[in-house]
Design a protein around this ligand. Structure first.
Ligand SMILES: NC(=O)c1ccc[n+]([C@@H]2O[C@H](COP(=O)([O-])OP(=O)(O)OC[C@H]3O[C@@H](n4cnc5c(N)ncnc54)[C@H](OP(=O)(O)O)[C@@H]3O)[C@@H](O)[C@H]2O)c1
Length: 280
C-alpha cells in the first residue's frame, strides 16, 4: 500500500519538508509520497475532516496553522499539551492526533552537532521568545537544564514563558541580552534577526565565556553572522539546519513506519538547496 503524507501551510512554497521526506522515502525504498499542500485558514477544518478519507497517514503543519491544528486534533503527549501548537499530525485508530517535534529536534541537533553535549545542569541564554521558543524551553527543562535566561524585545512574551514553565525560565529585557551572556553554557538565537532579508542580530559577544556552545535556529543563511562571530572567537557552534532535519524524524516514523536517520548526505542535500555554493 502506498502511504501518503504532506505539509500544509499558507503560503507553503518555501517548505523544504518534501525534500527531506522525499530523500528518506527513496533511501528506505518505501512506496509513499510526501507533497506540499497549500491550505488557506478557512479550509483547514475541511482539510482535517477529509484527511483520512483522502488516504493520508498525516501531515506536517506550518504557519499559520500550528495553533488551529492543535485545537483541531487530539493532543498526543503532555509535552505538546503545554505548547498549544502542533507541527505533526497523524491518524491512529480512526482519529487524528497531533504532536510537536521541534523540542526533540533541537536537542538531537545539538547532540549530533556537538557530541557529548548534555542539557543537564546547563545555564542557557535564549535570545527571543517567539513561537519556536516555547518548544525549546520545554525540551531543555525536561532534559534537566538549570536556569534559562530569556531576553526578548517584547518582555511580556518572556514573562509568559515563566508563567507557563516555572521560575527556571527567567524573563529579561532585550537590552540585557549581551550582559546575560556571561551566564551562558549555551546561547540560542530564536529571533528572526540574522535571517536572510531580516535585520542583523547586533549583540556584543564580549561577555560570553569562550567555552559556551552557540546555536541559532535560523538556517537561512546556513551560518548566520552570530555563528560566524562566535566561531571566530573560538566558541563551538551548531547551525540551525540540524534542527529542521531532526524535527522531521518522528513524523516520518509515524506515517511511514521506519525511523529515519539524519545523515551527512541529507544535510548536504538540503544545505545545497538553501545555498547552491555550500561545501561541507
Ligand atoms: N531550525 C528550525 O527547525 C526552525 C524551527 C522554527 C523556526 N525557525 C526559525 O526561527 C525564527 C523564529 O521563528 P518563530 O516562528 O519563533 O518566529 P516568531 O514567532 O515571529 O518570533 C520572532 C522572534 O524574533 C523577535 N524579533 C523579531 N524582530 C526583532 C527585532 N527587530 N528586534 C528584536 N527582536 C526581534 C521577536 O520579538 P518580539 O516578541 O518582540 O516580536 C520574537 O522573539 C525564524 O527565522 C524561523 O525560520 C527555525
Amino acid at each position: 500500500m502506498t502511504r501518503k503524507a504532506c505539509v500544509i501551510g499558507w503560503p507553503i512554497s518555501h517548505s523544504r519538508s518534501p525534500l527531506i521526506h522525499g530523500y528518506w522515502l527513496k533511501r528506505y525504498g518505501i512506496a509513499g509520497s510526501y507533497e506540499r499542500l497549500p491550505v488557506k485558514p478557512e479550509e483547514l477544518s475541511a482539510f482535517f475532516s477529509s484527511l483520512m478519507a483522502n488516504g493520508l497517514a498525516g501531515c506536517n503543519v506550518t504557519l499559520p496553522h500550528k495553533e488551529a491544528a492543535f485545537r483541531a486534533v487530539r493532543t498526543a503527549d503532555a509535552a505538546t499539551a503545554r505548547l498549544s501548537v502542533v507541527n505533526t499530525v497523524f491518524a491512529r485508530d480512526g482519529e487524528l492526533w497531533g504532536t510537536s517535534t521541534d523540542g526533540e529536534g533541537f536537542l538531537a541537533s545539538l547532540a549530533a552537532g556537538h557530541p557529548g553535549w548534555r542539557a543537564a545542569g546547563q545555564s542557557v541564554v535564549i535570545l527571543g521568545a517567539g513561537g519556536a521558543t516555547r518548544a525549546l524551553v520545554g525540551a531543555l527543562l525536561d532534559a534537566g537544564a538549570g536556569r534559562i535566561f530569556i531576553a526578548n524585545r517584547t518582555r511580556a512574551k518572556a514573562e509568559e514563558l515563566k508563567r507557563d514553565f516555572g521560575c527556571r525560565a527567567e524573563p529579561h529585557d532585550w537590552a540585557e541580552a549581551s550582559d546575560l551572556l556571561r551566564h551562558a553554557d549555551l546561547v540560542i538565537n530564536t529571533t528572526s534577526l540574522g535571517m536572510t532579508g531580516q535585520p542583523a542580530l547586533e549583540i556584543d559577544l564580549g561577555n560570553l565565556p569562550n567555552t559556551a556552545l552557540v546555536t541559532d535556529i535560523v538556517y537561512t543563511p546556513l551560518e548566520t553572522d552570530l555563528l560566524k562571530r562566535a566561531e571566530a572567537r573560538g566558541n563551538p557552534i551548531v547551525p540551525g539546519l540540524g534542527m529542521l532535519l531532526h524535527q522531521a524524524v518522528r513524523g516520518f516514523e509515524l506515517w511511514f513506519g521506519t525511523r529515519p536517520e539524519v545523515t551527512d548526505d541529507l544535510y548536504d542535500l538540503v544545505a545545497r538547496d538553501i545555498d547552491p555554493g555550500y561545501r561541507r
